[in-house]
Every structure is written in C-alpha cells, then in structure tokens.
Design a protein around this ligand. Sequence first.
Ligand code: PLP
Length: 389
Amino acid sequence: MPRPSSRISGIVPSGKDGWEVHSAAWARKEAGEDIIMLSVGDHDFDTPSETIEACVTAVRGSHHHYTPLPGLPRLRKAMAAASSACTGVETTPNQVIATPGGQAALYASVQAVLDQGDHAIVVAPYYATYPNTFSAAGASFTVVETPAEDGFQPRADMIRAALRPNTRAILINTPNNPTGAVYSPERLEQLAEICREHDLWLLSDEVYWTLGGGEHVSPRSLPGMAERTLVINSMSKSHGMTGWRMGWLTGPEEMITLLTNLNLVTTYGLPAFISIACAEALENRYGVKEIAERYAARRTVFLDAVSGMNDVTVRGSEGGMYVMLDISDIEPDDEKFAFAFLDRENVGVMPGSSFGEAAAGHIRISLCQPEPVLQEAALRLRRFVSSYR
Ligand code: PLP
C-alpha cells in the first residue's frame, strides 16, 4: 500500500508493557480458567433498563435520521443541566456539544486548542490514551507526575517548572484514572492560577465526577476559569453506558461554535435514537445514584479487606472506579509483581508503571467486580504478599 500519514502512524496503541499482564489474564480467562479480572475499566453490569427501554421506543419511532451537528436540542439541554450540576457553573445548551464518547470529547478538545508544534502539560498518572491524543494533533507534551506520597495530588511548582513559551494547555483528570485521587480545591486553585497567569486552556477530564465520594469540585467553577476551561464528560461511567458512546464537551459558547465545525468533518452528528435515550437518561439520572453507591460500597469493602496488610499502602483511591496500592516495599518491579500475582493466585491487576512513572511500584485494582469477588481477591492478595520472596 502507499505510505500512510505520519499522523496516523504516530498513534501507537499503549505499547506499554503493563497491558501484557492484562492480555495474559484475559487469554487465560477466555481459555476457561477461573481468573478474577481486576484489570479492566468497564462495568460488570448492564445499562439501566429504563435507558434501554427509552432507546427501543426511540428506534421504533421515526428517529432514524440525521441530527444537528452539535447534538439534538433536547440532548444539549439535558447535557447543559448535567454540566451545571457537575461544574457548579450555570450552563446553557450553547455551551455544550455532544460527542461519541468521552474519548472523542478529549480528541476534540485537544484539536480545538493546540496547533501543530504547540506544547501541553499532561498531569500524570493519566488515562492511557492521553499521549496519543496529543500526538494525533501534532502537539508535543510534557508529563508532570503527581508524587504518590502526596496522594497523587498535582503540584503547582512541578507544573510551573514544565511550562514553555509555547505551552497552550494543561490536561488533568479528577477523579483520576488510575489513582482514584480526587484533586483538592486548593490544588485546583493553584492550577487555575497558573492557567490565568499564562493564558492557558485547562482541559478537565471529569468523566468520573459522579463517582467521587464527596462533593465534586470542577476547576471550571474557579474565578476566571469558565472562559478557559473545556470539561470532558461522558455517560459511560456515570450512567453505565460504555458501549453507547456518548460524551460531551462544555466550554465557552464561541469555542463550542468552532467545535461544531469540527463535527462537520468528523461525526456529522450522532445516532438519533441513541441521542434520545441519552437525553432521557440524563433528564431522569437513570442509574446514577445506584452506580455511585455500588462503587462506593465496593471501595469500602476492598479497602477494609486490605487494611493492615503488611507493606501494602493505599494511595489516592478516594473516587472513580479504581484503587491504587503501593507494593514497592514488597517488590519494586510492579510488572513482575502483577505477573506473579496472576500466576500464583489467578488475579489480573494492572501494574502502576503502565500509567506513568509516579505510579511505578503500585498496582491498580479495578472495582468492576461484585463485593464478594473483591473480598476474595483481597484474601488472595494477602496470601500472596505474605508468601512473596
Ligand atoms: N477519560 C478517562 C479518565 C477514562 O478513564 C475514560 C475511559 O475509561 C475516558 C476518558 C473515555 O471514556 P469514554 O470514551 O468511554 O466515554
């Protein structure tokens, strides 16, 4: 075939070794072995039945046609209301645009604020797709770690040290995947100060905002930030809808108008019946409370089950769908630890180093399993740790 573009060739799917542990666990499970999979980030339950019914009704109706580029008016209205709740800033439908999932919102946000050759700061540990999302825009980025001892909270001095004359944006994620850290209002204000001072965009990935435990604080609500923040949102986690592919971006109306032009050349609108089901799910918050309660209960059960375990320290783990355990006192090589845990105890977890340097020496536990399974996994971890070496 003729040569592909360097843009497309430059997108290299994760490639990090840690995913090999996940792949090995998955292969053994597929082969019929009894493996506890705590490496995936997808729910173990179906979408709420009310949402499914709404979709069936819409598809049986005449909702089979093109939809407006920024989203159906009813959907944008529902998304604006959800954004008002998420960000604490009154949001109008003209300040949101629907995208096929949170990842597409991330992609659109990066395309919207960075030119080829521009520079961004990515706060780590981060969601695995972030680096490729910047590469796809031809932008460079610097990864700024959040120290594990600091509960994976962002540090203003470290971010300032990474600024360059061509830095245009900072990308953060709270509640965080993989650490479960929920960035404190103080740290967010320090980040906001940097953005205001250096006229930067803040790309704020808040797809786990309903799973944060306490009250969610969005940096969009901080002084002077609504005009320079793009919030990435999604129905995948909050509404149990990973396979439906529905997300949205919230930002200044002028930017949303520009993003509508991007949809002209990418999505050309979203599926009509999915949009209607999503609007209804957002309006009625189908499943939101139950899903949040389910993850909170799972987190408590798992953290209780590992508490007091020798040489294992919980870091972050305040919200989202994950728990992060520091196992570096037992084995500094987290990948070796994860492989050995899989081999000996049939439990698949992610090595922290797959998510950046600061998470090295950790393992990420996904809470996407029922409580008894998590308890069993904790039991096996206890046994594994006590017999390690
Ligand atoms: N952002 C973060 C932090 C994530 O963890 C994920 C998915 O796991 C996404 C964005 C993308 O979510 P989706 O494209 O399913 O909406």
